[in-house]
Design a protein around this ligand. Structure first.
Ligand code: ZN
Length: 340
């Protein structure tokens, strides 16, 4: 099969890779209908996360089940499935509490590399969720978004305690940030402030429900959010970047007693204890337990209540994966969909 492999910083290629096979009886093999490039794929692409050997890339996926292992009971060949970027058994106490990304048997899908024609998905029964029918082609981008960026934005909104009537601030205007706006709107937020400097992303955020735009960053950005909220700060702040500045901007934008949901993968973030102490905010973050939200998100998408697939603004064949990474790296694209 074909698949994307990162050889060195800025050197990603579509190459011949071995066809995946069932290894554990709980595995399933899927044929990818679509896959995509994640903001987090840019960390190794740019050489900020070093790689030691040629590395298959990708952890977002939707597709048709080709083969199921002998111990798989609920997922069947021919079904269209959506899964998360961590495989999970969905039965252990951590999964049952809704934190499937930290399942005691969690396996990162990124190690498998789903920017490919086929992928082996471990723990298929606990990881994959089948759609009610084979979805029409126009729903595939939205279902693909559910596999990570929508699920992550949704978790961030839930972690930030978004609820009807609340004011929400979103730090970060990447795919996760703008879809966190969509999630906040669905969860009943009254006012949604997107912190963004990019006109295309501001427009998309407004389409998803943002009511205010703040272009300042860091302390100035936090001050602007306070100014918009009678000096109090947002009830709920979503952090979707992962830098020291963005994390402090999120904490500084939140009113005492409010909550920050942080889903940007942190790079060299260190929280100063005293500032944290006097901020007096709730903090919950981490790799999103997307599996928790998939049944609800699939339902909203298949009933055409939400259209998160709008976040993809460039679609390429998998053979042009290198052009896709360049477009994301140059910020010419918010998110790139790849067709195997
Ligand atoms: Zn588990």
């Amino acid at each position: 099969m074909h698949g994307a492999v990162l050889y060195a910083p800025y050197d990603i290629r579509d190459v011949e890779r071995p066809d995946p096979t069932i290894i554990e009886p709980t595995d399933a093999i899927i044929r990818l209908s679509a896959t995509c490039i994640c903001g987090s794929d840019l960390w190794p692409y740019r050489g900020i996360d070093p790689i030691s050997e040629p590395t298959p890339m990708g952890h977002e996926y939707v597709g048709i089940v080709e083969e199921a292992g002998s111990a798989v009971t609920t997922i069947k060949p021919g079904q269209f499935v959506v899964g998360s970027f961590f495989a999970s058994d969905n039965t252990c106490p951590i999964c049952q509490a809704g934190y499937q990304s930290r399942c005691v048997h969690a396996e990162p899908i990124g190690a498998i590399g789903t920017q490919a024609e086929y992928a082996r998905i471990p723990l298929a029964d606990g990881t994959l969720v089948a759609t009610p029918d084979i979805p029409s082609d126009d729903l595939i981008p939205s279902l693909l978004a559910a596999s990570d960026v929508l699920g992550t934005g949704w978790f961030a909104a839930v972690a930030a305690d978004v609820a009807p009537g609340r004011t929400v601030a979103v730090v970060g205007d990447g795919a996760v940030g703008v879809l966190a706006v969509l999630a906040a709107k669905q969860l009943g937020a009254e006012r949604i402030i997107i912190m963004s400097r990019h006109e295309d992303r501001q427009k998309l955020a407004a389409e998803f429900g943002a009511t205010d735009i703040v272009t300042e960053r860091g302390d100035a950005g936090a001050a602007q959010v306070k100014e918009l909220t009678d000096g109090l700060g947002a009830h709920s702040t979503i952090e979707a970047v992962g830098t020291q500045e963005s994390m402090m901007q999120a904490i500084g934008s939140t009113r005492p007693g409010g909550a920050v949901g942080y889903v940007g993968v942190p790079h060299e973030v260190a929280l100063p204890g005293e500032e944290l102490f006097f901020a007096e905010v709730h903090l919950l973050g981490g790799p999103a337990p997307v599996r928790r939200f998939l049944p609800e998100l699939i339902n909203l998408i298949c009933n055409r209540k939400i259209n998160p697939g709008r976040v993809f603004d460039l679609e390429l064949p998998l053979s042009e994966v290198a052009a896709g990474y360049r477009a994301m790296d140059d910020r010419r694209a918010i998110k790139v969909l790849l067709r195997p």
